[in-house]
Ligand binder design. Structure first.
Ligand code: SPV
Ligand code: MG
Length: 439
């Protein structure tokens, strides 16, 4: 390889928003191979596998344009290099050798295959694992978990992605799980959950209590704090009925101060029971007027710009009809709700789809939230196409954990020893190393 090989095209994809010496070193090496094109990974792709970028795409592009000797800066829409390699046909693709193993491995393999088609070459430089660069990453992570940063990121995620997914977390451990679980997708991308849902059902169940506002707010805030200590993703809090109008303002202020992004309150009054009971138990819906007053009290108490109050409509759960649900949705949005959640316990998604369609005829922008526990056949893609903005997986982690634990408990009782359950349990080595010490 000659220095300043001007007739060669070199391609490198960058997702970082903080350029440090390690990046400059690799950029300088890449420049020596030819004209260097930097592909800047789109906000959506960065979010999908890592976190919300601190610096949005256009600004990140500018950062690279200002580095001397870079020939061109383009966007790379997806984690897969396919589109840009096909379009640019670079002689060399440059990357650190840190993707030889781990979740980026399939992306690397695809790059090798694509380059093979026309005789391009993959050049891998040793990845810098210097402590000072690791420290920068750690500082970024810590900054992301500060209240102002974390709170604002749900709105940003909605703007960037259109549809955001949230998975329930009810403890530090489940928070960590939601924070870190990553899967490879068929299109070569990677996927993580965007946010966490702190469900009243799961928080209560984990404490062995019924879901009826029995676990008080102080305890609910403690759960939030446990989760926040070990995560950075935005949090959507299940605020049940929001309590008394006079109390709700205080809850809003506390949640904001903690860095929660959204509270969802449901239009019920009196002794609240879980919605999935439907009309099997006595549940009373609040009047439109009262609930609007509660929303207004929350909005008045709110101090930050980016906190969101979502009004949850129980008309379909309580069999009050579509018209009632829609009337409420428009009234609640008018009263200041930043989002609307529509709930249903039907297996078929028809009433949810009808609501979304009719709401969107008159209101294009207010985000719509759904919790597809019962209507669980609908994909995120279909929800998005129909105009839904937030999909919450409200209880699956705790529902998965319980039968697994119960089975282990029974097997030990039956066998009078623990040997038979060993292969159903995470190993001791794994469990003692599961939690990173520097979290
Ligand atoms: C929760 O997760 O606590 C909810 C959603 O409120 S549901 O259980 O479906 O009512
Ligand atoms: Mg709840």
């Amino acid at each position: 390889m000659k220095d300043n090989n001007e007739d060669k095209i070199v391609y490198m994809c960058m997702s970082t928003d903080i350029i440090h010496g390690g990046h400059i070193k690799i950029i300088n090496k890449a420049k020596k191979l030819g004209k260097l094109i930097i592909g800047v990974l789109s906000d959506e792709a960065v979010m999908g596998y890592k976190r919300i970028p601190l610096v949005p795409l256009e600004e990140r592009k500018k950062l690279y344009k200002n580095i001397e000797g870079i020939y061109k800066v383009v966007e790379q829409k997806e984690l897969s290099y396919k589109d840009n390699i096909k379009r640019i046909q670079p002689d060399y693709v440059v990357h650190g050798d840190n993707w030889v193993t781990g979740y980026q491995q399939p992306i690397r393999e695809e790059v090798i295959e694509l380059l093979k088609e026309y005789g391009g070459e993959l050049v891998e430089f040793p990845y810098s694992s210097e402590k000072k660069y690791k420290d920068i990453d750690e500082r970024t992570r810590q900054e992301l978990s500060l209240p102002d940063f974390r709170r604002s990121r749900l709105k940003k995620a909605l703007e960037m992605k259109g549809l955001v997914t949230a998975m329930e977390a009810h403890s530090g451990l489940t928070g960590l799980l939601v924070e870190t679980t990553t899967v490879n997708e068929k299109n070569g991308g990677l996927k993580q959950f965007d946010a966490m849902w702190i469900s009243s059902l799961c928080d209560s169940t984990d404490k062995g209590k019924p879901d009826m506002e029995l676990v008080d707010m102080t305890s609910r805030f403690r759960t939030i704090d446990d989760i926040m200590e070990v995560t950075t993703k935005p949090i959507i809090f299940d605020g049940d009925t929001g309590g008394l109008k006079e109390h709700f303002g205080y809850t809003v202020k506390t949640l904001e101060r903690m860095g929660v992004s959204m509270v969802i309150i449901e239009d019920k009054i009196g002794l609240k029971k879980n919605s999935l009971f439907g009309t099997e138990v006595k549940q009373t819906q609040d009047s439109i007027e009262n609930f609007c007053e509660k929303i207004k009290a929350g909005k008045e108490a709110q101090k930050s710009e980016d906190f969101m109050i979502c009004a949850r409509i129980e008309s379909l759960i309580l069999e009050q009809g579509m018209e009632d649900a829609l009337n409420r949705a428009f009234a609640f949005a008018e009263a200041g709700a930043d989002a609307i959640m529509i709930h249903s316990r039907k297996k078929e998604p028809d009433e949810i789809f009808e609501f979304v369609e009719k709401f969107r005829e008159k209101d294009e922008f207010t985000p719509i939230v759904v919790v597809p526990t019962s209507f669980n056949t609908v994909t995120e893609e279909e929800f998005k196409e129909r105009g839904v903005n937030i999909v919450i997986y409200a209880n699956q982690l705790i529902r998965a954990a319980f039968p697994a634990m119960q089975n282990v408990a029974k097997t030990i009782l039956q066998n009078h020893r623990a040997k038979e359950v060993d292969d159903q349990c995470i190993s001791i080595k794994e469990i003692i190393t599961l939690i990173p010490e520097d979290y």
